[in-house]
Write a protein that binds this ligand. Structure first.
Ligand code: MN
Ligand code: MN
Length: 461
């Protein structure tokens, strides 16, 4: 054998996805990415993701699951957990005792939440106090147009759905200091230059007529009351999320990338959802898609991946077949679908290039996450990684290995550990993202599409 044959036989070659993807797939990729952008523009919060997910699922014949419902192979059901977490299943031909094929992604994203008592006036300007949610870099949230999406729950049991700044409505903003006066601020670290208590949203400046104190604040409250029907006290029982106003858009002269708020992790969540909705055949094993909340703050609470709502859903499905849920879980597989960090040449020194994931190289498989020596990681077994390599290769999924960054640079986690703790074999995989957790993150269309194909491969295998 010649050297070049040895090379081809023995060494691994990494290749740009555009050199590997058949030209015939370009159109499908573009169509998929159009639908993803539409989803992103309709869903900027976890609640909106669930609402939009339910709408799309019902269009495809999914029915709301009720305990005790008789289900047969091919039936499609969903469970809306408190409007913040969505569980969907397509019942397979085989018994649940053979396990289920799960994809689990999260639909919450870093943002600014309003505090329970947010509205105040200072120097005749009205503001809303916020408490940031998840790992944001505070300095990135100033001087960009913002909107507020969420709900206000009234004492009478009604829930108001609120979007402030929708469409052509006026937007909101957090101001920053002018450079002329920023001598001291500029000496601070990026972490300290803007503090959490400075992330106050500017919401108005025109006073109501009269002599009263706080007339600007009152004018803002009056507008909110007239438009939405709530008063200052109702902020106490509200969940109002401040999110970037910018929609999803193509990026690059070649339009090969997509910029948007909340790719982490809706880019995987949508792929997992869409692949299930598009599943035409009845799968062998039951296919389950989990869109969880609260990943960005530890997967806690009733709508996070640690919730018993997931176990209950699976247990209810199992009960219908007389299968103990623990027997189902031990034979199940979960692809924990969450984004990974794409190698960024602007910040090359935090990456380890031989193990980093690259834009346009496909969905990134992460054997383990964690930080400081795999701390907190769910380390998937070698056998499991081999299984996923095989099903991705068999299904034309362009994929790559991915490690978040240099060993000592930091780290992160996903929902993988919480699935693995349930005795479900779990592997992380997801779309490489540039500027992760920024108000405007960037992903490649090719990677989005390959993630969608990867999810479909999981459901079919
Ligand atoms: Mn994530
Ligand atoms: Mn995240």
């Amino acid at each position: 054998m010649e050297t070049k044959d040895w090379k081809a036989a023995l060494l691994m070659e990494k290749k740009n996805g555009y050199d590997r993807m058949p030209a015939s797939e370009r159109e499908a990729m573009e169509t998929y990415c159009q639908s993803y952008k539409a989803f992103m523009n309709a869903a900027k919060t976890e609640r909106e993701c669930v609402r939009e997910g339910v709408r799309l699922a019902e269009e495809k014949g999914f029915r709301a699951y009720e305990r005790g419902m008789e289900l047969k192979a091919g039936d499609k059901v969903y469970l809306d957990n408190r409007g913040k977490m969505l569980l969907l299943a397509v019942i397979g031909r085989k018994s649940l005792a053979e396990g289920v094929q799960i994809t689990a992604a999260h639909i919450d994203s870093p943002r600014l939440d309003l505090k329970p008592s947010p509205l105040y006036e200072e120097s005749e300007l009205a503001y809303l106090k916020t408490h940031y949610y998840g790992g944001i870099r505070k300095y990135q949230w100033v001087t960009i147009p913002l909107e507020i999406h969420g709900v206000v729950a009234l004492k009478d049991g009604k829930t108001l759905h609120v979007v402030i700044g929708e469409g052509n409505e006026p937007k909101l903003v957090v101001t920053d200091l002018l450079p002329h006066l920023a001598k001291e601020q500029s000496k601070k670290t990026l972490d300290e230059g803007i503090t959490g208590e400075q992330l106050n949203i500017l919401v108005g400046s025109e006073p109501l007529e009269g002599e009263e104190k706080d007339r600007v604040k009152l004018a803002v409250m009056k507008r909110l009351y007239e438009k939405y029907g709530f008063t200052e006290a109702d902020f106490i029982s509200a969940e109002l999320e401040v999110v970037p106003a910018a929609g999803a858009m193509d990026i690059g002269l070649d339009a090969s990338l997509i910029g948007a708020y909340g790719h982490d992790d809706r880019v995987c969540g949508y792929a997992a959802l869409k692949a299930l909705l598009d599943l035409e055949e009845v799968p062998d094993k039951t296919a389950v898609c989990v869109l969880a909340d609260k990943e960005e703050i530890g997967s806690v609470g009733v709508s996070g991946m640690q919730t018993a709502a997931f176990d209950t859903f699976l247990e209810d499905l199992c009960a219908g077949q007389g299968v103990p849920v623990r027997a189902c879980m031990e034979r199940s597989f979960c692809l924990s679908a969450d984004v990974t960090a794409a190698y960024d040449p602007n910040f090359g020194d935090v990456f380890e290039k031989r193990n980093a994931s690259f834009v346009n190289y496909g969905i990134g498989l992460c054997k383990y996450t964690g930080s400081r020596g795999k701390g907190g990681a769910s380390d998937a077994s070698a056998e499991l990684v081999a299984y996923v390599r095989r099903i991705f290769d068999e299904n034309g999924v362009i994929w790559q290995m991915a490690e978040l960054g240099k060993v000592d640079a930091g780290g992160g986690g996903t929902v993988a550990a919480y699935m693995a703790n349930r005795n479900i074999d779990t592997l992380d995989a997801g779309v490489p993202v540039l500027a992760m957790h920024a108000p405007f993150e960037v992903v490649a269309k090719l990677d989005c599409y390959m993630t969608y194909k990867g999810m479909a491969a999981v459901y079919r295998n």
